[in-house]
Design a protein around this ligand. Structure first.
Ligand SMILES: Nc1ncnc2c1ncn2[C@@H]1O[C@H](COP(=O)(O)OP(=O)(O)OP(=O)(O)O)[C@@H](O)[C@H]1O
Length: 251
């Protein structure tokens, strides 16, 4: 096990025009740890994910992956050093089957063509990876189902299978429960637990507080673009500053 944290943020700031979107955000996520990110609407959670994944470059501070400074690296360069991300909105190809979606993700890792119109040959490894990843999220029975007709919960599982296919070490999950029906929540929670249980480091933004608090080792609380607190779920929920930040909202 490396002793360097899987992810480090050092005084990360983001200024857009005159607006200060992130200010002096510093924290570390240990290898194999699962950390949740919460905060009221507009607190800067998505922007924080954008600076970690390379969608946005911070205007100050540094982002390090396993000690490697990736602050100015592009999204695909960060993916190459082990960072994977899901988005708030679904990113599956609805007209392709579940297996084809995962095979495309696997192809990108194997270095092959990633066009949906050029499927890999059965023997290039991507099909085997797709089978394994679909089984890991319990979607094996939907391998031949068009992704567009899956339930929201199953689409989220498919996105996680596509993520696993790229073999990330650090995984960013952006509101995995968004739009998921109550009947699908328990299954998805189990998939996220397994994703983490297999040794991956996970950072997750999630508004579904009960789900988040039951899954994570620590919680980071964002407020007005700043890190208000980072601690165990119990300590964070008992923190008067956190309670004040959420005044009028259900924590
Ligand atoms: N490109 C941009 N230009 C200007 N302001 C922006 C930009 N992106 C985000 N913001 C502002 O930065 C703040 C933080 O937005 P962000 O989406 O990161 O918050 P959030 O915590 O993810 O909110 P939510 O919970 O509603 O998704 C908001 O006030 C938003 O309007």
């Amino acid at each position: 096990m490396p002793d360097r944290p899987a992810l480090q943020l050092e005084s990360v700031g983001l200024q857009i025009g005159g607006a200060r979107i992130l200010h002096d955000v510093s924290f570390e996520v240990a290898t194999g740890e699962m950390v949740g990110v919460i905060g009221p609407n507009g607190a800067g959670k998505t922007t924080l994910f954008n600076t970690i994944s390379g969608v946005m470059i911070p205007t100050s501070g540094r982002v390090l992956l396993a000690g490697d400074d990736v602050t100015t690296r592009k999204v695909h360069q960060r993916a190459r050093v082990g960072l994977g991300r899901t988005f708030q909105t679904s990113s599956v190809f609805p007209g392709l089957t579940s297996a084809e979606n995962v095979r495309m993700a696997a192809q990108s890792k194997l270095g092959g063509a990633t066009s949906p119109w050029r499927f890999p040959r059965r023997d290039d490894g991507a099909s085997g990876v797709a089978d394994r990843c679909l089984a890991e999220v319990e979607l094996g029975h939907h391998a031949g189902t068009e992704a567009g007709v899956l339930s929201h919960g199953d689409k989220r599982k498919l996105e996680i299978a596509m993520l696993i296919a790229t073999e990330p070490e650090v995984v960013l999950l952006d509101e995995p429960m968004a739009g998921v029906g109550s009947g699908d929540v328990a299954g998805l929670v189990e998939v996220i637990r397994r994703l983490h249980g297999s040794g991956r480091t996970v950072l997750m933004v999630e508004h579904h507080m009960e789900v988040l608090l039951g899954l994570v080792d620590r919680v980071a609380v964002m407020h007005h673009g700043e890190l208000l607190a980072i601690d165990t779920p119990k300590a964070v929920m008992a923190d008067p500053d956190v309670q004040r930040a959420y005044l009028g909202e259900t924590v």
